[in-house]
Write a protein that binds this ligand. Sequence first.
Ligand code: ZN
Length: 280
Amino acid sequence: MPVFYDTHAHLDYPDYAPDFPDVLARAAAAGITKIIAIGTNLDSSRRAVALAEKHPAIYAAAGWHPSDALTAPADLRPALRELARHPKVVAIGEIGLDYYRLPSLTRPAATLSHPLGEGRGEGDDVAYKQKQAEIFRQQLEVAVETGLNCIIHQRASFDDTLAQLQPFAGQTRGVFHCFGESVERLNQILEIGWLVSYTGIVTFKNGQNIRDAVAATPLDQFMLETDCPYLAPVPYRGKRGEPAFVKEIAETVAAVKQCSLAELSAATCATAAKFFPKLA
Ligand SMILES: [Zn+2]
């Protein structure tokens, strides 16, 4: 059976509390032999590490997600350095920038006294983006110091993300997870020697742009992931995702790459082992 890795799974989320052992058993039965549990803040990163300590197939990434930037401590680095030393912490992540839900766009519902809603202004957006940039930079610094690679999250912020990581590009490497951008942007990432990874979106009926990106990505420059519990592939679309579903993602990607599952297994596992040396 071809073996695959799930390089991005939110296994610490409460979604898995009811049936965690079954989730792991289904992953093993589907040939998913290694799973990276992703941290989204310090508590989440510590939960991911605890899972990795308990289960041989699970590894962890430690990081603070940009959407949670406003609750991050002023200096994340000491706690992150500590986590990065753990033998099963294979990367810093997920880190990056997310401009999808800016404060000015998430105003509360209109009321009688405030017919347009009590919206927050552009000043809040500036502060939010500054805090995101600050924790992104701190975490890139820890990646460089600790020799770990990064797992990059970006949404509606591609150009800023690329600009902010540029000073670090020769000192650490990153994977743009859940890649869903154009081939032109793909090439901007590959040019600096960084990687991308693909989720279940590649199986969606409206995912032709992702399949085009997969077709344009050399076989040794991408990895597979579920981003579960989000983005379950067809035929599970809309349901809770889980690591076993890498199998369905791999089948679609192999069809796009016109290669066998065995070839895709060998290529993606080798890429992951090289990118995350502690995954060995
Ligand atoms: Zn994620």
